[in-house]
Design a protein around this ligand. Sequence first.
Ligand SMILES: O=C(O)CCC(=O)C(=O)O
Length: 286
Amino acid sequence: MKPPAYETKRIIVVPTLPTTQEAAFQLSKEELRHYNDEGYVVVRDVVTQKHIDQIKARARQFALGDLPEGSEAMVVRDVRVARGMIQVDDPEEGLWKFMFPDRYDELFRKYASTPKLLDAAQSLLGPDLVAFLTMMIYKPPGVVEAVHNYHQDAYYFPFGPHDLVMGTWVALDKVDAENGTLRVIPRSHKLGLVKHVTPEGSEINAGVFAVEGYDESPEEVVVELEPGDGVFFHSHLLHKTGGNSTQRHRRVMTVHMASARCKWINQPIHYFNMRHVRGQTYAGCV
Ligand SMILES: O=C(O)CCC(=O)C(=O)O
């Protein structure tokens, strides 16, 4: 696939917005090198246990049906549960994800501005940041089929340059090979965008695309994290998550970040819920 073309017109700084913020936390030179060379970096203790408990409690409330008005579309169930093919005792065990909870709930809206998350993003993308595509993603206990195949997030993103776009993936539970943690192919961010297909038997992860040929690659790194730890990864990095064969939950928060200097390839698409979270905005940019 040919990389998308971006406009090269001069960027105009909009002067009335907040000025560059000093970051209290910065990634080390070695962490920056790891991100640039390997395509990802693990950052420990991005989110505190207190914050995790608040997120989990709010999510539980949502799962039990106590939802902000008009937010029903945010709740994405396991396709098989939604179709009545299987039943679960606890509604939280039938969830796939909350999509854009930041549209409806203050705790989730503020999540992208978690200080260490934003500071680490600033180290990687610069001081002007836009957050988008916030999700809380589940892999409930025992859901071994919930595999999210290898893909590159930038395949979905009609703005760029993609070097200034990344994913942040923060564990709310301990995550490991058994309960569906993140797996990455180091250095794959240097491949550019590669061919994606609709995977066979992809019912459980409806609507997602996949890159073939990387499963069980000797290159694969299984990223094990404690609650609160995060992975920051380039939008071209090939990554996947496996099923959950344990009796433990696997819950994560993801929010994507772009430099506020990125531009839409065509017209803006409101679906992504782009929100300016730090620094300046630029006329004609995302
Ligand atoms: O956490 C997951 O299960 C999948 C995350 C992911 O790769 C994505 O949403 O693009």
